[in-house]
Design a protein around this ligand. Structure first.
Ligand code: NAP
Ligand code: HSE
Length: 338
């Protein structure tokens, strides 16, 4: 048996990529051989055994056993992973946008158990593996979730009186926001993640175009509006939901006014959370960090370890589940209307 370290190529060495490269060095069975970046000369902290940096995809992908995609965006990331897949590599990605919007390409890799994507939803807080694993013993009735760390942080800071623009600048500095922060504040990033969770739970062929029209963000919230809600014991949260109206599954992302004692408020300001209801298991709450380099890299490393051990990635159900009898929408007022 070949005991030499498995060769890992990382596409992207930004907020998540650099943290993943540092954490992967803890594992003697892995060697991070190359990282693809736009600017190989830019200074970055890549640990004690930094990989070779290159702007040439051929050089980055050459001979890799596992390819980790952390450049973001949709088309370029998808094209690079197609090349990695064609070369026979196992695949890992945190890219919920590409997974949500190019399911035609990424879906077959998921079906083949060839892709790890725990980091794509709620960073290192394990929800992809929970929904695709133990929670499958129950029929899903509904899920409601806080899926965007940037919006959680923005609301937390605005509740403390900070203006939107200042809070967003700090979220970007902390590495929470997407390269285009409009994806966060307009609810699109949460909708990408909801699309993945809905596919894992119930709707394996759900198309991004079916989700996109039901998405609103938090751009219009202000510290004054949040203070007014607080006086009425309410809290604004950007909630992503999958539920049944009795005839069809429904999806939505929108800011809601939740009571202070609601489970999604009690998890604490700024945290991500998944509230899952299943017919047998009842209500399950999973909460933790939803963004940030280290928190996300934690899940990336776990997926790489699974890949080199040839453990299959998370699977979607073989066919769509029929919607259950009406499972209530979350039932609190929306804060923003089109
Ligand atoms: P980032 O800081 O912007 O890093 C992107 C990296 O990709 C950079 O190293 C950049 O190179 C490289 N890159 C971008 N376009 C490239 C291209 N065309 N060719 C070569 N290299 C390219 O992004 P990030 O925050 O790490 O996010 C990466 C991915 O993880 C995204 O899909 C994001 O949605 C996902 N994610 C992020 C978080 C988070 O908290 N940040 C959490 C979960 C998932 P340069 O450094 O040379 O510019
Ligand atoms: N921009 C994303 C967020 C990163 O704020 O949640 C984690 O997916």
């Amino acid at each position: 048996m070949n005991n030499s370290p498995r060769r890992v190529a990382v596409l992207g060495a930004g907020t998540v990529g650099a943290a993943a490269i540092r954490l992967l060095q803890r594992h003697a069975q892995l060697e991070v051989v190359a990282a693809l970046v736009r600017d190989p000369a830019a200074p970055r902290d890549l640990g004690e055994r930094p990989p070779r940096l290159t702007a040439d995809p051929d050089e980055a992908l050459e001979g890799a056993d596992v390819v980790v995609e952390l450049i973001g965006g949709v088309e370029r990331a998808t094209a690079l992973m197609q090349r990695a897949a064609a070369a026979g590599a196992r695949l890992v990605s945190a890219n919920k946008a590409a997974l949500a919007e190019r399911w035609d390409v990424w879906g077959p890799w998921v079906a083949a158990g060839r892709l790890g994507f725990e980091a794509a939803v709620m960073a290192g807080t394990p929800v992809v593996s929970a929904v695709a694993g133990p929670l499958r013993g129950s029929r899903p009735l509904a899920l409601h979730a806080l899926l965007n760390g940037t919006c959680g942080y923005l609301i937390e800071r605005m509740e403390a009186g900070e203006p939107f623009a200042d809070a967003l600048a700090e979220a970007q500095r902390r590495g929470y926001a997407e390269a285009d922060p409009g994806l966060d504040v307009d609810g699109v990033d949460a909708a990408h993640k909801l699309t993945l969770l809905a596919r894992l739970c119930a709707l394996p062929e759900l198309r991004w175009e079916q989700v996109r029209p039901h998405v609103r963000g938090i751009r219009r919230l202000t510290p004054e509006w949040l203070a007014d809600l607080a006086r009425r014991d309410l809290r604004a949260r950007l909630v992503a939901s999958l539920w049944s109206d009795g005839e069809a599954w429904r999806v939505a992302v929108r800011p809601l006014a939740l009571p202070c004692d609601h489970a999604l408020v009690r998890v604490g300001s700024g945290r991500n959370a998944l509230l899952f209801r299943g017919d047998a298991v009842g209500e399950v709450l999973i909460a933790g960090a939803g963004a940030g380099g280290e928190a996300t890299a934690s899940a990336v490393v776990a997926d790489v370890l699974d890949a080199v051990a040839l453990r299959p990635g998370p699977a979607v159900p073989p066919r769509a589940l029929a919607p259950p009898a009406r499972s209530s929408a979350i039932g609190f007022p929306e804060l923003e209307r089109p």
